[in-house]
Design a protein around this ligand. Structure first.
Ligand code: PRP
Length: 180
């Protein structure tokens, strides 16, 4: 049913699974004995983070923050509002922020600064999708699933008007869905 609204698949379910296995192995090696705190930014992180952590064969802790960015017109406003805070002390902790997409980079940049300010030992980003063409701040995620062009994508956590997050792949919507 959802598939009929999709123009093309950009990252297939099989590719996503391969990405999760690959990044899970890398994070397992890099964070061995570091007891990382993996923080998901709701709600887009849910499918990717949920699968990724099952591919990390180390002791870890998970936490969530609900953060919303307000985007106006063609550019992000840069206002990042914390709707729900972490509730876990981060002093001295090695943190991995799990994201579905890094676009302008403003959301991640604000949250990374906040966690460092709170005393984290390290903060890195793992993102399923990187859209470097959208970047307005100097931010380079350390762990990237795949790089995508500057297209509006949905699925696997990413929404259009809160819908399509449950697609098992990442795709591009048919224009008639958002041009009304
Ligand atoms: C999306 C996405 C990232 C952020 C990326 O979240 O999940 O957190 O935007 O954009 P940026 O790099 O331009 O800051 P959104 O605020 O739409 O909330 P959601 O996760 O609930 O969809």
């Amino acid at each position: 049913m959802l598939e009929r609204d999709i123009e093309k698949v950009l990252v297939s379910a099989e590719e996503i699974k391969e990405i999760e296995i690959r990044l899970g192995k890398v994070l397992t090696a890099d964070y061995k004995d570091k007891f990382p705190l993996v923080i998901g930014l709701l709600k887009g992180c849910v499918p990717f983070m949920g699968e990724l952590i099952t591919k990390m064969d180390i002791q870890m802790q998970v936490g969530f923050m609900d953060v919303s960015s307000y985007h106006g017109g063609i550019a992000s406003s840069g206002d990042v509002k914390i709707e729900k805070d972490l509730g876990i002390a981060v002093g001295g902790r090695h943190i991995i922020i799990a994201e579905d997409i890094v676009d302008t980079g403003k959301t991640i940049s604000v949250i990374m600064d906040l966690l460092m300010y709170r005393g984290a030992a390290s903060v890195e980003v793992v993102t399923l999708l990187d859209k470097p063409a959208g970047r307005v701040v100097d931010l380079h995620p350390k762990y990237i699933g795949t790089t995508i062009p500057k297209e509006f994508v949905v699925g696997y956590g990413l929404d259009y008007e809160e819908k399509y997050r449950n697609l098992p792949y990442v795709g591009v919507l048919k224009p008639e869905i958002y041009i009304k």
